[in-house]
Design a protein around this ligand. Structure first.
Ligand SMILES: Cc1ncc(COP(=O)(O)O)c(C=O)c1O
Length: 436
């Protein structure tokens, strides 16, 4: 990546004022970092005018690609009417809530939040209040956001028998550990064992219906529903990624399993500051502000909750997603691209797979579809990151080693360019690993 004067200039400032010259959890190595300038459809450009095919898609928020005309139009019209309102209702927030209650199976009501992390934290608080129990069971390798409860065994370096899991961050109070339990993904027997031992302490089981890039087995989600019902435990789907991506309405539509509560963000929000918790009315009503002062009242509040610009953009996005055939086309396209990418990997004799579940995809250096975090750890993640970095040098934006997304804006040109770039990247990777 050469001749990048504006990128260099901006990174010089960023190095001084942002830790690691990054935003949040990612700081890209010098040879592949760039500063985003603009995006249109499936392509983005950096501040020096270089173009990339975008597979990050705003961390999955932009299922229609960048700057979809209907979404831009809806957001602009709302900005002109007012960026934000607090305290009283706004029209679009009500319209969106009505739509979500109609279209999400578990949603008898919804409450708004601002980010996916906030939504999962609220799910946990509601579950604890509703059951009077403290412990939440999560799965090894699952990501539920940036709060202390969520940061349990998300990136464990060793696989834990430790049922309380590993701390993923410094600064997490030691007391948090006793409020979380951890089990391996797709392993109903392990969940049964844990519930047998500690079921009376468990408020909820929270699960990603596709954990990072690992698909849930339908029988696993069905067994979670049964185990929860038999033990008075609430089932939470973290649909921040899968909501309105795996299917219209979310993974709960795709799998036919209805949780008690679900967190939504990313596509819900359309790239703006909006997320929500959807679920049973009797649970969500614990946050009814008229119940303030009652012992079981659950506090919910946020300056940007129900933000009308994000709500208007989301409504426009949902209109476009509701058009007949959208998900079939997106998922068929995703399968087709991954098939072509697999042929490239095979041609280069790489023991890697182009893995997809719907429009979620990643190139993994492993033999089989992973079922658990243990399988992910057994793969050659370093080789995956090297290949991703080689792709990025050649014009594909996908964070090395991280699951990525197709959008409805990706088409034949992106397929052709991605195949060509992957081919060149594989050549570079195999040349690199040939001993001199
Ligand atoms: C499954 C899942 N849950 C929760 C979150 C947290 O969402 P946010 O980054 O909006 O706080 C993420 C973010 O990537 C996620 O993938």
């Amino acid at each position: 990546m050469q001749n990048t004067p504006r990128n260099d200039e901006l990174y010089e400032i960023a190095e001084r004022v942002l830790p690691g010259a990054g935003l949040g959890g990612y700081a890209l190595p010098r040879d592949i970092r760039f500063v985003f300038a603009e995006g249109s459809g499936a392509r983005i450009r950096d501040v020096d005018g270089r173009e990339f095919i975008d597979y990050v898609g705003g961390a999955g928020a932009l299922i229609l690609g960048h700057s979809h005309p209907a979404v831009v139009c809806a957001a602009q019209a709302q900005i002109a009417r007012g960026m934000h309102m607090f305290g009283t209702l706004n029209e679009v927030a009500i319209q969106l809530a009505e739509r979500l209650v109609r279209d999400i199976p578990c949603a008898e009501k919804i409450v708004y939040a601002t980010t996916g992390s906030e939504a999962t934290a609220y799910c946990m608080r509601l579950a604890r209040a509703a059951t009077g129990r403290d412990v939440i069971l999560k799965f090894e390798g699952a990501y539920h956001g940036n709060h202390d409860y969520a940061l349990t065994s998300t990136f464990p370096k060793t696989l834990g028998d430790d049922p309380q899991g590993h701390d993923d961050t410094a600064g997490r109070p030691a007391g948090t550990r006793s409020t979380m339990a951890v089990a391996p993904y797709n392993d109903s027997a392990a969940v049964e064992r844990l519930v047998k031992a500690r079921g009376h302490e468990l408020a909820a089981i929270i699960v990603e219906p596709v954990q990072r890039i690992i698909p849930a087995q339908a029988a696993f989600l069905q067994s979670l529903r049964r185990i929860c019902d038999e033990n008075g435990i609430l089932l939470i789907f973290d649909e921040v990624v899968t909501g309105f991506r795996l299917a219209y309405g979310g993974a709960q539509v795709h799998y036919g399993v209805t949780p008690d509560l679900a967190s939504f963000g990313k596509v819900i929000g359309a790239g703006g500051p909006l997320s929500c918790v959807a679920g049973r009315a009797d649970i969500l009503d614990l946050s009814d502000p008229r119940r303030k002062g009652e012992p079981n009242y659950v506090y919910f509040n946020g300056t940007l909750h129900g933000n009308p610009v994000a709500a208007a953009a989301t409504l426009a996005m949902l209109d476009a997603l509701k058009e007949p055939g959208v998900y079939d086309r997106l998922n068929t396209y995703s399968e087709r691209v991954c098939g072509e990418l697999q042929s490239v990997l095979d041609r280069h004799d790489l023991a890697a797979r182009a893995q997809n579940t719907g429009s979620l995809w990643q190139i993994l250096f492993m033999e089989q579809t992973p079922r658990s975090h243990a399988d992910m750890m057994a793969g050659d993640a370093a080789a995956g990151r090297r290949l991703d970095a080689e792709c990025m040098k050649r014009g594909i934006y996908a964070l090395p080693g991280v699951r990525r997304f197709f959008s409805t804006a990706h088409g034949e040109a992106e397929l052709e360019d991605t195949v060509r770039i992957l081919d060149a990247a594989c050549r570079a990777l195999t040349a690199e690993s040939v001993p001199a």
